[in-house]
Design a protein around this ligand. Structure first.
Ligand SMILES: Nc1ncnc2c1ncn2[C@@H]1O[C@H](COP(=O)(O)OP(=O)(O)OP(=O)(O)O)[C@@H](O)[C@H]1O
Length: 257
């Protein structure tokens, strides 16, 4: 396994958003976290990517404990994530968005920038090369100079993927990668996730689109009211009594598309 959580818990005041969750993200697979609205999926992502410290429990990446490391340190270890509402600079070009993302990994400091040192120039070239490489990967090379606000929702999702890939991650967490895109485009994004795995990048996603999850994910965890209620293959999950109850019970429904 690549990433593991042990009894991970996050409380917000009296509410336990993630409740004692032990889960393994399996290397070289598409892993998924599903669950009704408010089940704790985003909070779980925020815990493993260092955006929130857990109340208790641990997170391990490649066997090393990363609990409570800040998000930038976690990113440097090789974990990238995208956000539900894509946090792109809408007025900037696709290329500029990617370059800003990739600066995370460079060493240059203010003096390098003021003096325009060879190190800075080398790193700028490296960032540019990397940006074109990831744009090619997500099939957006012809939009390199497009302004993000003019892109379709699906293209913006691809930019978000590219942004994550530019940091050369071993593991990417994708927060609702297909939200707001039509079924055909969803198919394209699913293909892109498979391509990531084929290139050695492990994927873990949160998604409401059940059909997509069931067709691409190999390892699924189901959360309900912060607790893990099931884990396994799509087949295990589809036949799990508690999962069926969680989705059909109450007023909360998954978006089945
Ligand atoms: N920063 C916060 N402060 C207080 N409560 C929070 C915070 N973030 C999340 N919560 C609460 O924790 C619970 C889990 O929320 P979370 O967003 O993780 O669920 P989710 O499964 O991602 O939901 P959705 O599918 O609707 O995005 C919810 O009850 C939510 O209101």
């Amino acid at each position: 396994m690549l990433l593991e959580t042990v009894n991970l818990t996050k409380k917000f005041g009296g509410l336990t958003a993630v409740d004692d969750v032990s889960f393994s993200v399996e290397k070289g697979k598409i892993n998924a976290i599903i669950g009704p609205n408010g089940a704790g999926k985003s909070t779980f992502f925020n815990l493993v990517s260092g955006y929130y410290p857990p109340t208790s429990g641990q997170v391990f990446f490649k066997g090393e404990e990363i609990t409570r490391l800040p998000s930038n340190k976690i990113a440097r270890l090789g974990i990238a994530r995208t956000f539900q509402t894509t946090n792109l600079f809408e007025r900037a070009t696709v290329l500029d968005n990617i370059i800003v993302g990739n600066r995370l990994r460079t060493q240059s400091n203010l003096w390098d920038a003021i003096l325009r040192t060879p190190r800075l120039k080398r790193e700028e070239q490296k960032c540019l090369d990397k940006a074109y490489e990831v744009l090619d990967f997500v099939n957006l090379t012809n939009h390199a100079h497009s302004v993000v606000e003019n892109l379709t929702q699906e293209e913006k999702k691809r930019v978000a993927f590219a942004l994550a890939l530019a940091t050369e991650p071993e593991l990417v967490f994708l927060d609702e990668p297909a939200a707001g895109v039509n079924p055909d485009e969803t198919e394209g994004l699913a293909e892109l996730m498979k391509k990531m795995v084929d290139h050695g990048i492990t994927v873990c996603l949160i998604e409401h689109k059940m059909q997509m999850i069931m067709s691409i994910a190999e390892n699924i965890m189901v959360l309900n009211f912060g607790k893990k209620i099931a884990e396994g293959t799509p087949e295990d999950i589809m036949n799990d009594e508690e999962v069926i109850k969680a989705y059909l019970g109450g007023e909360r429904h998954a978006e089945v598309k």
